[in-house]
Design a protein around this ligand. Structure first.
Ligand code: NAD
Length: 252
């Protein structure tokens, strides 16, 4: 299962896992995007992907999503908690309680709910793999994005503790921390900065890329490759980790 598989990083993860032979369930509020992802999977010869509407911040909807996934396969081997929102960009005193809670609801409560309702299913078969999509913003400051950074740091705390709790059941739990990933979200961020500073989007993109040792933005497929590794038997001794996929921009 991949949440938020309707576009961006989630779509790349879904395509990669399908290429590795996974039978996918996509849960998202963006159904049109998920149907497109399912279509791409079919065109690439993957097993038919199922698409379900689910807002990960709603316990009812997450329960329903897990029940439907279980109905299809009678098991759940992989859960990728990728759904996330950027939250507000503003000094903390200008951020409303509502904006804080909305960001936490998707980025943190959503991960909690999906893990909570996936674990009983994984425990039945004494095995499974959970990958939570955090961010390098969990590790280094992202000015004016306090709710986002806090939510992503909390995901690392949840990942480590659940890894310790789930390990005896054969369930591995890891996080990936992408840096600046090329795609629609990055374009929106660069456009917003460009409006504020007057620098062109292209200049800003180059500056951002140059800030990493590999001097590049990260592609969604780069994140998907690391997620796939974490889900494969090659990573059978890897749990409780938060792995940066940031072209070296963050090294801890
Ligand atoms: N793009 C980046 O530079 C970057 C960097 C670090 C981490 N991330 C993280 O990677 C993940 C994916 O990012 P992206 O850039 O592909 O974002 P995106 O905005 O392009 O896609 C996010 C997906 O999550 C879905 N989603 C949003 N709210 C939801 C909800 N309540 N319930 C279910 N699904 C919901 C959206 O419909 C969309 O399909 C996010 O968790 C994001 O925070 C992104």
């Amino acid at each position: 299962m991949v949440t938020g598989g309707g576009q961006g990083i989630g779509r790349a993860i879904a395509l990669r896992l399908a290429a590795e032979g996974a039978h996918l369930v996509l849960g998202d509020v963006n159904l049109t995007g998920c149907h497109e992802t399912a279509q791409f999977i079919a065109e690439e010869g993957g097993a038919p992907a199922e698409v379900f509407a689910a807002d990960v911040s709603s316990e009812e909807q997450v329960k329903n999503l897990m029940a439907r996934a279980l109905g299809l396969q009678d098991r759940l081997d992989i859960l990728v908690n990728n759904s996330g929102i950027a939250g507000p960009t503003a000094p903390i005193e200008e951020i409303t309680l509502g904006e804080w809670e909305d960001t936490m609801a998707v980025n943190l409560r959503g991960v909690f709910l999906c893990c909570k309702h996936a674990m009983p299913i994984m425990k039945v078969h004494r095995g499974g793999c959970i990958v939570n999509v955090s961010s390098v913003s969990a590790k280094r400051p992202l000015v004016q994005r306090t709710p986002y950074a806090a939510s992503k740091m909390a995901v690392i705390g949840l990942t480590r503790t659940l890894a310790a709790e789930a390990g005896p059941w054969g369930v591995r739990v890891n996080a990936v921390c992408p840096g600046a990933v090329a795609g629609p979200r990055q374009d929106q961020i660069l456009q917003a900065v460009s409006r504020r500073t007057g620098e062109s989007v292209e200049q800003l993109r180059q500056k951002k890329a140059a800030a990493s040792p590999l001097q590049t933005l990260v592609d969604p497929e780069d994140v998907a490759g690391v997620v796939a590794f974490l889900c494969l038997p090659d990573a059978r001794a890897v749990t409780g980790q938060d792995i940066n996929v940031s072209a070296g921009a963050v090294m801890y």
